[in-house]
Design a protein around this ligand. Sequence first.
Ligand SMILES: Cc1cc2nc3c(=O)[nH]c(=O)nc-3n(C[C@H](O)[C@H](O)[C@H](O)COP(=O)(O)OP(=O)(O)OC[C@H]3O[C@@H](n4cnc5c(N)ncnc54)[C@H](O)[C@@H]3O)c2cc1C
Length: 402
Amino acid sequence: MAFREFAWGGDGEGSSYVTHGEVQQYLEDYANEFHLTDNIRFGCLVNNLKVLSDYDGDCRAMKVEKDEIDGEPWPKISLEWTDRTTNQSCQQTFDGVSICNGHYALPSRPPLLGLEGFPGRVIHAVEYDDPNDFAGRTVLCVGARASGGDIAREVGSVANRVYLSDSTCDRREEFGNVIRMPRTRSIGSNGEVHFSNGNGDEWTADDVDVIILCSGYDYSFPFITEGSNLELKSIPSERRVRPLYEQLWHARHPSLSFIGLPHSVVPFPLFEIQSDAVVSQWTSKAGSIPLPPPSERMAAAERDATAGGPALPGRVLDTHYLGSFQWDYCRKLARIGGTYDDSMENFIATNEAMYDRSQMERTGMAPGERDLYRETRFRRLDEQRSFEILYSEIDPSKLTLP
Ligand SMILES: Cc1cc2nc3c(=O)[nH]c(=O)nc-3n(C[C@H](O)[C@H](O)[C@H](O)COP(=O)(O)OP(=O)(O)OC[C@H]3O[C@@H](n4cnc5c(N)ncnc54)[C@H](O)[C@@H]3O)c2cc1C
């Protein structure tokens, strides 16, 4: 799903599940349309960020530069970076900084008892490239969300057998050569893998050759250090960043924002609405809602971080998981950003309807089955907050609620 301000421009002839090459072309077209490349410094690596204020209010020892927004000081932020084309170090001070460094680069590895002694090959999904590397092997995918599900399907077409293990699965279930298993509990001294559900049932697989950890990614901000003058916690394996207001603004210093942290979302539309909300605060845009005072933002951030986030309360690891909560999140941010109107509601509701349909098509599929849903062609009907299906190979009786 595309940005609201730049339609995909598809002719409805091809599948709605586009290739990465098509996405790259779309992003390049977008950048050209809005003349963005002139304003981007490519090949620059930010290696230091510093907030030019002391949040305890003791600014005497520091050079403080700050703007007032609604009576609250918003500190300026200094960045240092290396221009890798010239190898020059650069520094500049900004009124506001958005961190958009992505979160699909640093693998998160589950603490699996006995994994280090596993005699076969162990990789993380980030290293996965070609299913043919696993032809004839028996593969265990640890984790069955987006990466695990996709990799199991691809590898299943050439592997001898694939175990697809997830903590949300409570029994062993076979789908051809792909076998769904409950949580991977531990690895024994001979490489045998033990699985168990929460009800005391246990299973063992003694034929695993390769383990692929499909256990997600950690957030990482190597340019934020002790010297950044900023309270920010992002502990590897916890997969949460704090203190954040609405998963977007640094709760104490909202001149610093983090675009794109939520996961299990439709990224482009959500990031666009986040960006509008951030800019609305920088510019005090007419119709936008000013952020509440720092004490309220910090309290909300603490609630979010300790409750496990808005969508799945109780699981800290899922603090930034939004899933079906993403639509109300978009509405809320659009209201803050002053962009919420009928047209925005049409956009969000149409995205939601298409996302739900796509989820139903995918949920109804067995692991190992051909990805029929990828053939579906949607046409947006924003005015009706709905869509039309131009072509589908999915048997409607197989549509299943997630
Ligand atoms: C296997 C896989 C499949 C996916 N499939 C889909 C899909 O089908 N549909 C979908 O919508 N999404 C998909 N996603 C998610 C999608 O790729 C992300 O949501 C999207 O790339 C996030 O965009 P971003 O700009 O926030 O981050 P990124 O695309 O990660 O971009 C971050 C940028 O920041 C730069 N950067 C990082 N650190 C620094 C620094 N210190 N200084 C300067 N620059 C820096 C990086 O070089 C990079 O260019 C998939 C992700 C994965 C891993």
